[in-house]
Design a protein around this ligand. Structure first.
Ligand code: KG4
Ligand code: ZN
Length: 340
């Protein structure tokens, strides 16, 4: 049987504060353009109304650049994919509306993508000239982002079973909130990661939550970190400044301990040894390091995404749409986004 025709898909991601567009040809990435919104930094978090306004300014140039970098035009596209949710409603609406308009005008199918599924399936992206080993099905994925923390059994590309998740804050939120109380800029995760490299991870210890099964909890850690700092600052106003790198290393170590404890239990219970991480927090060098160390001890095959595929990007939306395209899972033009 002859090889079927190549499929070119444009993916659009606008769930939070990054506007992104990507083009893939089958599973090969041709372009992945991301416009970050710097406007939120001074507020210490994403302001939804500002985010949707900036998406509106960015979306046309970002899509345009993605098509140019992929060396194609609109008429070469076979489908348009967009993030349906979860995310900020006003932000999602910009991507959804744009995708609908474009799909209707060029007469190609529209494909809705779940943002979380996108993070996980980013592991199946291919790049020209790069050899890559892919997780084999079924595999376990620890999805750690600013809004979610889940342990997923990926049974097939589009068949996921969530076996554990956070009952309150996400791991990324724990990083960001702890950074904020230390006066570090937003988003705090990458800042803590960088400072932690210089610090002592056992300088301070924080209580770890006791949660059933493969579930997580991070809200207690943030609160105990805040109370600990308030007490120390009362004794010495320069405490944070004098201990910043050790505080970062210690809080990062605690978050990694919490994440790894349940992941190790999930591998033991399921017997699945292909283990991936995905989402913004999977960019954390300490987490990746610990995963590799654990894999050497326990014989896992681990998969850490390249940094450019860890945080929000449209390449992950396009690859997920590729798998949906194979099954003709298309959306109608009256599809609406969902926030959570
Ligand atoms: O996946 P993502 O870009 O957006 C959501 O879907 O939430 O994740 C953003 C989160 C933020 O909380 C950010 O602080 C965190 O990922 N993050 C990191 C690192 N890079 C991004 N956390 C720890 N270490 C990093 N290097
Ligand atoms: Zn995300």
């Amino acid at each position: 049987m002859g090889r079927s025709r190549e499929v070119k898909i444009l993916g659009i991601e606008s769930s939070c504060d990054d506007t992104s567009a990507a083009v893939i040809c089958d599973r090969v990435l041709l372009s992945n353009v991301i416009a970050n919104q710097k406007v939120h930094e001074k507020y210490g978090g994403v302001i939804p109304e500002l985010a949707s306004r900036v998406h509106q300014q960015n979306i046309i140039p970002v899509v345009d650049t993605a098509l140019k970098e992929a060396n194609i035009t609109k008429s070469d596209l076979d489908a348009i994919a967009f993030t349906k949710g979860p995310g900020l409603l006003g932000s999602l609406l910009v991507g959804v509306s744009f995708a609908k308009g474009l799909a209707a005008s060029i007469g190609v199918p529209l494909i809705e993508v779940n943002h979380l599924q996108g993070h996980v399936l980013s592991h199946f992206l291919e790049e020209d000239g790069k050899t890559k080993i892919f997780p084999s099905l079924p595999f376990l994925c620890l999805l750690v982002s600013g809004g979610h923390t889940q342990i997923i059994v990926v049974k097939d590309y589009l068949d996921f079973e969530i076996i554990g998740e956070t009952i309150d804050d996400a791991a990324g939120e724990a990083f960001d909130k702890c950074a904020k109380v230390m006066g570090l800029p937003y988003p705090g995760g990458p800042v803590i990661d960088a400072l932690a490299k210089e610090g002592n991870p056992t300088a301070f210890s924080f209580a770890k939550p006791k949660v059933a099964d493969f579930n997580y909890s991070f809200s207690g850690l943030k609160t105990s970190f805040l109370y600990f700092l308030q007490k120390k600052i009362a004794e010495n106003p320069a405490f944070v400044e004098e201990n910043k790198i050790d505080l970062c290393a210690s809080i990062q170590q605690t978050i990694i301990d919490i994440l790894m404890d349940k992941l190790i239990k999930a591998v033991a219970k399921t017997g699945i040894k292909d283990v991936a991480i995905a989402g913004g927090v999977s960019a954390n060098s300490g987490l990746a390091g610990r995963l590799h160390q654990t894999s050497a001890q326990l014989g896992w095959n681990v998969f850490v995404p390249e940094r450019k595929f860890t945080t929000d990007n449209a390449a992950m939306i396009a690859i997920t749409a590729y798998f949906k395209y194979q099954k003709a899972l298309f959306s109608s033009l009256d599809v609406t986004p969902f926030a959570s």
